[in-house]
Design a protein around this ligand. Structure first.
Ligand code: ADP
Length: 482
């Protein structure tokens, strides 16, 4: 009871947790968005880097060519159209090559152009210092500053005057392009978010539809409707597998349900028969046979026998429920199986004389096993009882107990109709009882083999049946040897 309560509580919290969990739609949307964003960002960043590198490389190449050409032009006399105006000439060259051109003194003073079109905002002293450093004794150098590519060279426009040519191509274009790309990335990301939303809702809808359908049907099944049919093939192999598993569960549940109903019918029938007999004979005892000692004894004996049958039936049902529920503890001890099997056989002695049954036994002496004596006794009794019930016209039952290699084999063979191959797996199931009505010398409830199975499995012993229709069956149990 306590365990059941705990389990129910655990299931409840599990259910609550599950409800708190994000829906498939949200999970899909989040994963799609994150994935798409990562791709967009990755592509943008890598494109940006590549673009910047390529552009800067080109700019450096260009500034070198322009610088060298400008240097050559400057070394030559100022061409006639400029009428000796070097500043105008330099401005012209700057426009022509689309660069900034300055001629600087070694201290960083701007020598040319003397009247630049725009007042340069750059720090000429710092730039000259860097240029001299970069030159490191060489004639010319090309390098990159934070916002431009620079060509620098020593220049001798006048004798002995130390001057420097400073040609720079701005990298502002790359920066503009980068900003442009960042904006595009933001827009693409936004678009991706919206697109993921649409794709996620479509996929989630597609995924959850079969799940909702299956959930609805599972609820129907839980309410006891075994006609539900789970489908999933149109949604991929996983859904198909889930549907197949649920269909299998449905079949098993309906089988158990049917068997349970049959058991109730069987048990009630089996309860009713002895009860009717007991009532009838008690009635006769009271009204008719009470005065006749012979009849009285006979009828009283019938009442006792029927009451015994009832008791056996009730205890079978109880035993099985207790064992299955795990409420029955097994008390294992070493038992002398040889003697024990003989003892069990004596319980069938009454069938020998009265009904002509014969028991052919091959029981080896001194076989000891570790088991719960009562439970194993019950299992072996049931197997022998079944052999009696189902044996053929010759009414023979063979009981064997033998050592075989490193084990002990108990077997009971009858000469009856045998069991059909397809029925063999079902006979061990609780509540199973063959369709045909069969006259039984030993009482049966349809629970006998189920008890055998439960007892032997709880002990960990191997067991089984070999049967041939028309010839008979052999039920066996394998015990580990001591
Ligand atoms: P019961 O014998 O009371 O019906 P059991 O659980 O002992 O219940 O057996 C289940 C079923 O297995 C039987 O109804 C019968 O169909 C089959 N069975 C068991 N033992 C034998 C046997 N020795 N020969 C043929 N069928 C058997």
């Amino acid at each position: 009871m306590v365990r059941e309560k705990k389990e129910r509580k655990r299931n409840k919290t599990r259910y609550k947790k599950r409800q708190n969990r994000a829906s498939i739609f949200f999970l899909l949307w989040a994963s799609f968005s994150v994935m798409a964003l990562l791709i967009v960002l990755g592509l943008s960043v890598s494109q940006g880097i590549v673009m910047k590198e390529v552009y800067e490389k080109e700019a450096l190449k260009r500034v070198r060519t322009s610088g060298e050409e400008i240097e050559e032009h400057l070394k030559a006399p100022v061409p006639a159209p400029f009428q000796g105006n070097r500043s105008a000439y330099i401005r012209y060259l700057a426009t022509y090559y689309d660069v900034n051109v300055f001629v600087l003194s070694k201290d960083g003073d701007l020598l040319f152009p003397q009247f630049p079109t725009e007042t340069p905002t750059m720090d000429f002293t710092g730039a000259t210092k860097t240029l001299i450093q970069k030159l490191a004794g060489e004639h010319n150098v090309v390098y990159k500053t934070s916002d431009a590519c620079v060509y620098g060279a020593k220049l001798a426009l006048y004798e002995n005057a130390q001057m420097y040519l400073y040609v720079e191509e701005s990298l502002a274009l790359v920066q503009t392009a980068s900003t442009e790309m960042a904006w595009r990335t933001v827009f693409t990301a936004l678009f991706v978010f919206i697109l993921s939303f649409a794709v996620a809702s479509a996929v989630a809808g597609w995924l959850t539809r079969p799940l909702s359908e299956i959930t609805e049907k599972a609820k129907q099944l839980a309410r006891g409707d075994f006609n539900v049919d789970f489908h999933g093939q149109e949604y991929g192999s996983e859904m198909q597998e889930l549907a197949d598993t649920l269909n299998y569960a449905r079949d098993e549940l309906s089988k158990t349900d049917r068997m349970q109903r049959e058991l109730i019918a069987n048990v009630s029938h089996d309860f009713k028969t002895p009860l009717t007999a007991i009532k009838g004979y008690a009635h006769m005892l009271a009204e008719i046979s009470g005065g006749n000692p012979e009849k009285r004894a006979k009828h009283a004996n019938i009442i006792v026998a029927e009451a015994d049958r009832l008791t056996a039936l009730v205890s079978d049902v109880l035993d099985l429920s207790k064992m299955r529920a795990g409420m029955d503890e097994f008390k294992k001890a070493t038992i002398d199986l040889s003697t024990y099997v003989q003892d069990i056989l004596t319980r069938f002695d009454y069938l020998k004389d009265a009904q002509g049954y014969s028991f052919i036994t091959e029981i080896e002496e001194d076989i000891f096993v570790v088991a719960d004596e009562m439970k194993i006794g019950q299992a072996l009794y049931n197997l022998i009882g079944n052999a009696v019930n189902y044996t053929g016209e010759d009414k023979r039952v063979y009981v064997r107990l033998k050592r075989e290699a490193d084990m002990v084999r108990f077997s009971v063979t009858d000469t009856g109709a045998g069991i059909k191959k397809e029925d063999i797996p079902t006979i061990w199931e609780r509540y199973y009882r063959s369709g045909e009505t069969h006259k039984r010398p030993v009482g049966g409830t349809g629970l006998g083999l189920s008890i055998v199975k439960t007892v032997l499995e709880k002990h960990g012993f191997l067991y089984g049946v070999e049967s041939e229709t028309g010839k008979g069956s052999t039920f066996y149990v394998i015990f580990p040897i001591l």
